[in-house]
Design a protein around this ligand. Sequence first.
Ligand code: CXF
Ligand code: ZN
Length: 390
Amino acid sequence: MLTHVLLFCFFYTFKKKSGQIESSFTTDVIRCKAAVAWEPNKPLVIEEIEVAPPQANEVRIKIVASSLCRSDLYLLREGKKDFNFPLVLGHEAAGIVESVGPGVTEFKQGDKVIPIFISQCRECRFCKSPKTNLCDNSVPVVRYEGMPEPDSRLTCKGKKLIQYMGTSTFSEYTVVNQNAVAKVDPAAPLDKVCLLGCGICTGYGAAVNTAKVEPGSTCAVFGLGAVGLAAVMGCKAAGAKRIIAVDTNPDKFDKAKEFGATEFVNPNDHDKPISQVLSDMTSGGVDYSLECIGNVGVMRSALESCVKGWGISVIVGFTNVHDLSTRPVQLLLGRTWTGSAFGGFKSKDGVQQMVKAYMDKKIKVDEFITHNLTLNEVNDAIELLKQGKR
Ligand code: CXF
Ligand code: ZN
């Protein structure tokens, strides 16, 4: 069977050093294990690394559980273009605050937290607008011309390790800016809620916040990995009547049904373009479509599967290719083509809201987990995710 999300857990008990004061600053460097990507497209190497103490406004976190997201693999494959190496991947995790730097008031040692790749400083123009979650103080997730690499607290063999997405959770410890950390319910199981650090919020929020799916509507979700399943779950929560799950791997349909999909389409079973198939099924096109793969061809199909007049298509899957196309008439006829990162959730607020929803049993999380592995098995996790063929 296939893989939705892989989880590897570092189960440690967190112990306070005797005599340590809870919110004291530390000057200790921690030596611990991390999975280092020395170069693109090569297996990660488990190394002993040094994790510097948190500086002003930073939090050092003991990672308890981290899952693997497809964007990590994308970077490992395409990395050289966007980021230099070596780096430490991982941006979907949960842990416990080990120490805090000067200026940190929101967190103390022992707090359960989820690091996030988008910050929420609450002060910038973007944080102040209800229209976006794209805080201006987030680290660059991909590097464009002239953009500096994010600073890093991780080193190995005398080399700085780039902290991909500012998080680098494939490490026993990491350091993250306090604006990009959400405190979570002390009762939350970290080996489950780690999934709220990316995939589930990304897919669910894309349906609920970005598309703003309406009750009684018809939706199509393209790609049934973790993000797609979360999008299906979001469409269902928003009251969609029909949720059409689209994937070239029919093994994924049972799981999609569990999450709320009502119909299933494998593009390989049809001679017609998938947009035509969906248009025929829905008398002219779906109200909402969500592309959860990161493939520009599928993005176009998703848009063209929408009904004229009011159809909304959301780009959710990540790719950094430079061109995307459709016929302008598709938009002229009233379709909206949009997208979101982290499901449009203001990052800290969104994580807390989703952890609460999980604790209140309003959303599924456990059902996304297919494997439990250790950090030492990270390359097996990568292989398993690659085999989840799409
Ligand atoms: C991210 C990937 C990098 C750009 C923003 C969205 N999604 C997470 O996996
Ligand atoms: Zn991700």
